[in-house]
Design a protein around this ligand. Structure first.
Ligand SMILES: Cc1cc2nc3c(=O)[nH]c(=O)nc-3n(C[C@H](O)[C@H](O)[C@H](O)COP(=O)(O)OP(=O)(O)OC[C@H]3O[C@@H](n4cnc5c(N)ncnc54)[C@H](O)[C@@H]3O)c2cc1C
Length: 438
């Protein structure tokens, strides 16, 4: 039994007891045993969710990482069947040499396939390919006391929709069939350019997004006045020529948790200013391996420790298109006033491709994501201010990143919650769901 499992932000700090099952055929019996012993539980992928959505209300989780095998692969058509605890990195290591890539990937390759489905994750190509759930063909679902089911758009379609973005509450996904995306090379051709403020971000996004597979921007969350929202715009495409190499970059590691957060106003201001000036004022092109392009933070293992023992919270919201420019200016203004924030605040325009999932986060508009060292001020002062802006603009927060959203904000922003609650496996309960629904 693993007793040192947390969420990525380590806030709330609630150690989870992990119950792992080595064989997929034994999983159903294993789930029943854990439920009998502890009353309720929750599937746990690799703990890359920031807040409390991957924490069980009972603090007893079904640890899925040991189910990490390929079951079958059709490399002619790019369809694979994998166990749900396999990571995106492990899928890519097998798929890239065959000329296939994940059609959607979040900013960490350490998420599992089960976790990617349960949060219906999105990536830098949301404007073209929507969320992860759009590329899931079917999966197996185990519910306590029921026989195993197969879910797809045609088989058990309600459970299929509820489980995509279903926060692990509808049952345990034991395997999944995925459609991959063909590539000619694993390198990414990128283009970067600095922008001076938010207005320039929106015009670059309008000009470039539809021309490129990937598009994302980093913003300096401390810049104020006419420089509010200045940053670096990055687009990318899979190279047409090159090699199908898998990255095995050496990882550095933060070896222990320092007694206090290394992120403070001074380190933040210095880094943000240096980073902005280090990027070209005129568009520059380069070829990059896929890992630094998609997963820059993964190179530093345990980077979440730099926030010290109190941990940190990520704030990620999406604002509908019509209100986005004004609301983003207000959000970034409030954050700059507070002097808090993270090295890498990320702005991303989301597209209009609907997800098959009931509770999927993205909507057509603009998403902002950034980390804050945990501090009492956050929940009492800054977050209520940001929440009011998001609420007024008709936006919403991302449950995968959340540790503070109020129940009323959640229910208002995700009206399909009642359908999910009706289909929830009664023996599965997270700290998040207990906080926002019960
Ligand atoms: C550096 C970094 C960058 C990130 N970038 C992005 C991004 O760009 N876009 C984005 O969308 N997200 C992003 N995330 C968030 C991350 O991709 C998601 O939280 C993802 O779901 C984590 O997967 P996991 O396997 O670690 O699952 P966990 O965090 O362990 O669990 C997530 C949810 O999935 C459920 N779950 C896990 N396994 C199963 C299963 N087998 N069956 C049923 N339910 C299951 C859990 O109950 C929980 O509700 C990022 C996270 C990090 C740390």
């Amino acid at each position: 039994m693993n007793t040192d499992l947390h969420s990525w932000g380590r806030y709330p700090l609630a150690a989870q007891q992990g119950h792992a099952c080595p064989w997929i055929d034994d999983l159903s019996g294993h789930v029943s045993q854990v439920i009998r012993d502890h009353g309720s539980s929750l599937p746990y992928g690799n703990g890359r969710s920031y807040g409390d959505s991957c924490l069980a209300a009972s603090d007893q989780v079904l640890q899925m990482r040991s189910l990490d095998r390929f079951i079958r692969a059709d490399w002619l058509n790019g369809t694979i069947r994998v166990e749900a605890g396999i990571t995106l990195a492990e899928v890519l290591a097998a798929a890239i040499p065959q000329g296939w890539f994940l059609p959607v990937t979040p900013g960490t390759r350490f998420a599992t396939i089960g976790g990617a489905i349960a949060n219906d994750v999105h990536g830098k190509n949301h404007h073209l390919r929507g969320t992860f759930g759009r590329h899931v063909l079917r999966f197996g679902l185990l519910r306590h006391g029921e026989s195993a089911r197969i879910c797809s758009a045609l088989e058990n379609p309600q459970l299929f929709a509820a489980s995509i973005g279903g926060l692990g509450l509808t049952g345990v996904i034991n395997w999944a069939d995925l459609q991959l995306m063909p590539i000619q090379a694993s390198q990414i051709d990128t283009q970067m350019v600095r922008f001076a403020n938010l207005a320039e971000f929106f015009s670059l996004s309008a000009e470039l997004d539809h021309l490129h597979e990937y598009s994302v921007a980093w913003v300096d969350c401390l810049a104020k006045g006419s420089e509010t929202g200045r940053g670096v715009f990055i687009v990318g495409d899979h190279a047409r020529y090159g090699s199908l190499d898998v990255c095995h970059g050496r990882l550095l590691s933060v070896p222990f948790t320092p007694p206090f957060s290394l992120i403070n106003r001074l380190s933040l201001q210095t880094f943000n200013t240096l980073y902005w000036h280090a990027h070209p004022a005129k568009s520059s092109q380069q070829r990059s391996a896929y890992e630094p392009f998609f997963y820059p933070l993964d190179r530093l293992q345990h980077w979440n420790r730099i926030y010290g023992p109190r941990g940190f919270q990520q704030y990620q919201c999406v604002i509908p298109e019509a209100a986005a420019e004004v609301a983003m200016a207000e959000l970034l203004g409030a954050i700059a006033d507070s002097g808090q924030g993270s090295f890498l605040a990320v702005l991303k325009r989301c597209g209009d491709m609907t997800s098959p999932g009931l509770l999927s986060f993205p909507l057509p508009g603009t998403s902002l994501a950034l980390d804050f060292p945990q501090h009492a001020d956050l929940t009492h002062s800054l977050f209520p201010r940001l929440d009011a802006i998001v609420r007024a603009a008709g936006g919403r927060l991302y449950p995968a990143k959340d540790a503070h959203m109020s129940g009323s904000d959640f229910r208002q922003a995700y009206p399909a919650w009642e359908q999910l609650e009706a289909l929830r496996d009664p023996s599965l309960m997270s700290r998040f769901w207990k906080r926002v629904i019960l």
